[in-house]
Design a protein around this ligand. Structure first.
Ligand SMILES: [Zn+2]
Length: 292
């Protein structure tokens, strides 16, 4: 059995064992079905949201099942089928209950930043950088609070997989961190989140670019200062093996970091025989801006 990071066990517990909503802590099992019915009768729009959650849940379930079936304990087919049915019957709403899910604003309008002459980068966030995502991201990022990871994973699952992208023609580029920051923090929060996005979309990660600056935090800087701060912040280790690159960061406030990362990639010449072509770049983030 392959080694698993401790937080992966926590995700499984949150999804399949502890069936509480990761925000309000209400059980998502039997009361959940009643909650869905009462909500769908009073608010028709919830129907589609519940469908989305169910779809996410089934996606996660199928991923989990393929892993679980390798476990020696689940080698008995009937036993594994029984476990799967049990999961199916109890697990029907993702990591948040429909009420909490619908209380958040998902997929704000994408925004664009300039990355080169005549070229822009579109950035799609999963939600706004408000409660509860703001607190969850801060706790996870700065205090390594893994109990917030299920909520962040729920947000990641709201991101729409880009049309036409798949594991053969695209790669996800997580916002790199510096060695200094990695040593200081002891972990890389963005790469963990990107790994879940990679699993969710079934698109591999590419780590051929690294951060070479040791700039101070971007917090508190103006947009112009952020961009100046990021001049020559990234360096390519190797040419990207595919032309479609999906950039990912946890928070895109002004999009300056993603903009600088995209700029580094778009000035790099595409190897022959596609030398006249350019990389297709788009960007995703967990959260952007604030509605408040
Ligand atoms: Zn809830």
């Amino acid at each position: 059995m392959r080694h698993l990071a401790p937080y992966q066990t926590g995700i499984w517990l949150a999804e399949y064992i502890n069936l509480r909503c990761q925000l309000c802590a209400v059980y998502r099992s039997i009361p959940q079905a009643q909650l869905s019915q009462s909500h769908s009768s009073s608010n028709p729009s919830l129907f589609s949201q519940n469908s989305l959650l169910a779809e996410n849940a089934s996606h996660s379930l199928s991923s989990n099942y393929s892993l679980s079936s390798n476990h020696p304990l689940l080698s008995n087919h009937s036993f594994s089928t029984s476990i799967r049915k049990r999961f199916n019957s109890r697990f029907s709403s993702g990591l948040l209950c429909p009420s909490c899910h619908s209380s958040l604003t998902w997929l704000p309008q994408p925004f664009e930043v300039d990355i080169a002459a005549g070229r822009t980068l579109t950035i799609q966030a999963a939600t706004y950088y408000d409660y509860p995502m703001r607190q969850a991201i801060k706790a996870f990022k700065h205090h390594e609070d893994m109990t917030k990871l299920p909520l962040l994973l729920h947000a990641i699952r709201q991101l729409p997989r880009p049309h036409g992208c798949h594991h053969d023609n695209s790669m996800i580029v997580a916002m790199p961190t510096t060695d200094e920051r990695l040593i200081k923090r002891g972990f890389d929060p963005v790469s963990i989140l990107a790994a879940y996005l990679s699993k969710h979309w079934d698109i591999p990660l590419w780590q051929g670019i690294r951060r070479v600056d040791d700039t101070v935090s971007q917090q508190g800087l103006s947009r112009a200062e952020r961009l100046t701060n990021l001049d020559n912040a990234f360096a390519l280790i190797e040419p990207p093996p595919v032309k479609r690159l999906l950039l990912f960061d946890d928070v895109a406030t002004t999009g300056a970091s993603l903009q600088a990362l995209a700029h580094t990639l778009c000035i790099y010449p595409v190897p022959a025989p596609n030398a006249n072509n350019k990389y297709h770049l788009c960007a995703y983030a967990l959260a952007h801006g604030s509605q408040l």
